[in-house]
Design a protein. Structure first.
Length: 132
């Protein structure tokens, strides 16, 4: 059956290793972009789910932490620009005080990762960061 074929394909670990490589590439690219624009940011991820917490370089522990530093107005402007002008729909989507994590899959490519980082860099040239 198709389900068993999918499980067999996943069991050898190749897909997970590929996603791990993509995750490392995206986290490094995002780190470079945010550092270039001098925007404090904590980036964390596991299994292809990457959390990007703009406004602090420290890992948030609670929603109260996030509420204290997350620059909602900046995030909304950035999200609008990324969606409308750069066609990154849902990327770094602000959900009040907590952004939706970025999720990678085996269908993503290194070229897509590079393109996302380039578009984010370009968008950040157009919107001024301000802390909360």
């Amino acid at each position: 059956s198709a389900a068993l074929a999918a499980i067999d394909h996943l069991q050898d670990g190749t897909v997970y290793k590929y996603i791990s490589v993509l995750e490392s590439r995206l986290k490094a690219g995002l780190r470079d972009v945010f550092d270039k624009h001098i925007i404090p940011c904590h980036i964390d991820g596991y299994g292809g789910r990457i959390g990007v917490h703009i406004g602090t370089s420290e890992r948030p522990r609670t929603m109260k932490d996030i509420e204290g530093f997350y620059p909602v107005e900046f995030a909304k402007k950035l999200f609008y620009l990324l969606s409308r002008e750069y066609h990154l729909y849902g990327f770094l989507m602000p959900l009040d005080y907590c952004p939706e994590p970025v999720t990678l899959s085996a269908s993503h490519t290194p070229e897509m990762i590079d393109s996302v980082c380039e578009r984010l860099d370009s968008a950040l040239n157009k919107v001024e960061f301000h802390e909360k």
